[in-house]
Ligand binder design. Structure first.
Ligand code: PLP
Length: 396
């Protein structure tokens, strides 16, 4: 499997989740589409536009046990979040609740939404200390956060600043109880930035229990760079109004014919939420090969392997004096991201030294509180984890 990737030799790369390397079937599909578009884009688009995107939705659905009509295709997580948080309909007085743990993309999408529409956004904290966070602590904070005016709960599955994985299923259960007493337009919608769980965890979006799961496909899934999706529960899609015009033929065709009454007729909202305009189609269309490749590996096996490596890393780090682990040990509360501090050394220096001394590729969390972050993935081996641990031990 590792041989399917053109990673630099002699490096132990624990940052492949930042921007995915392409596995061979994906690289070959990109090349095939690129040649077709370079040769005669008109002909190639006639042949594949529409067909290829449907194929992507079908491949995503097959991998995620979902229905093709539940997916909108985007270019990355950030665009998906902006489309979702920009487009969710709110009635007067309704609010969006988010958390202090989310990434820039969620916070900024919500800030811009508030600027444009005056929507009220409130931030809550779900746990005090990442390392000792518990499911009870998180669920209690969610219960306290929800008010009668709350229409949206905007959270992140796996926090890229700490590695904490939220118990989304249990949060959904809390909201189910709240929603049991609410009419449909007042139900709390659970919206999740899923990018650091997507491609790691075996849980499918519908098993997660959220209304919307937004993810890039160019991180842990190892899909084409510049691809992403929004999965929405069938009955939840109605809550969103698209912002960018789709090029789906069911919208574009009637417009061309001047039949405005038929524009969007029969068009699922998920398709209407896939932004139109031309794209880097060679990348977008090769996403079906990425899902097929991952289906061959299997969701369960990828999850088991990633957790095995992350646990090996965390257990090793816990024995090194001078290292403070930030990510929880429990698999229930963590995924592939492992964050830590080395006493007396700035995280950037740690990352530089790991690369210089052992060709171990790490990164620094892009948050005000900075930690060293390693993301063991299905591309890594137990030996590489041990190599990283030896290199870290040599630093302290
Ligand atoms: C939690 C989280 N969401 C979103 C993003 C951005 O993803 P994308 O590049 O797919 O927009 C990142 C990091 O890059 C992240 O850590």
């Amino acid at each position: 499997m590792r041989a399917q990737f053109a990673l630099a030799e002699h490096e132990a790369n624990f940052a492949t989740f930042l921007l995915a390397p392409h596995p061979r079937p994906v690289a070959e599909a990109i090349e095939r589409h690129r040649r077709g578009l370079d040769r005669n884009a008109k002909l190639y688009l006639d042949e594949l536009e529409g067909v290829a995107e449907q194929r992507v939705r079908e491949a995503a659905a097959a991998y995620l046990d979902a229905s093709p009509a539940e997916f909108a295709l985007t270019g990355n997580t950030t665009t998906g979040l902006a489309l979702l948080y920009g487009g969710l309909r709110l009635h007067a007085g309704q609010e969006i609740v988010t958390t202090t743990h989310d990434f820039y993309s969620t916070h900024e999408a919500l800030r811009l939404r508030a600027l444009r529409t005056g929507a009220h956004v409130r931030r809550v904290t779900l746990y005090r200390n990442a390392r000792t966070a518990s499911v009870d602590e998180i669920l209690s904070a969610v219960r306290r956060a929800i008010r009668p005016a709350t229409r949206v709960l905007a959270v992140t599955w796996v926090h890229s600043g700490t590695g904490v994985k939220l118990p989304i299923g249990e949060i959904a259960e809390v909201l189910r109880r709240v929603n049991a007493n609410r009419e449909r337009p007042r139900r709390v919608l659970l919206c999740v930035d899923g990018v650091h769980g997507f491609g790691i965890e075996a849980t499918t979006p519908s098993q997660l229990g959220c209304d919307f799961l937004v993810s890039g496909c160019h991180k842990w899934l190892f899909g084409p760079r510049g691809t992403g999706l929004i999965w929405g529960r069938r009955e939840s899609w109605d809550a969103v109004t698209p912002i960018v015009p789709t090029f789906d033929s069911r919208a574009f065709g009637p417009w061309v014919r001047g039949d405005t009454s038929a524009t969007n007729a029969g068009l699922p909202r998920s398709a209407a939420m896939s932004p139109g305009g031309f794209h880097a189609f060679e990348h977008r269309w090769a996403l079906s090969e990425a899902f097929d490749f991952r289906r061959q590996i299997g969701r369960q096996r990828a999850a088991a392997r990633t957790h095995e490596l992350a646990n090996r890393l965390k257990n090793g780090l816990a024995t090194i004096r001078g290292v403070r682990l930030v990510t929880p040990t429990a698999t229930r509360l963590s995924a592939g991201l492992v964050c830590f501090q080395v006493a007396g050394t700035d995280p950037t220096q740690v990352v530089d030294r790991l690369y210089r001394s052992a060709r171990v590729v790490a990164s620094v969390t892009p948050y005000a509180r900075r930690y060293v972050r390693l993301g063991p993935s299905i591309l890594n081996s137990p030996d590489e984890v041990d190599r990283a641990l030896r290199a870290i031990r040599a630093l302290v």
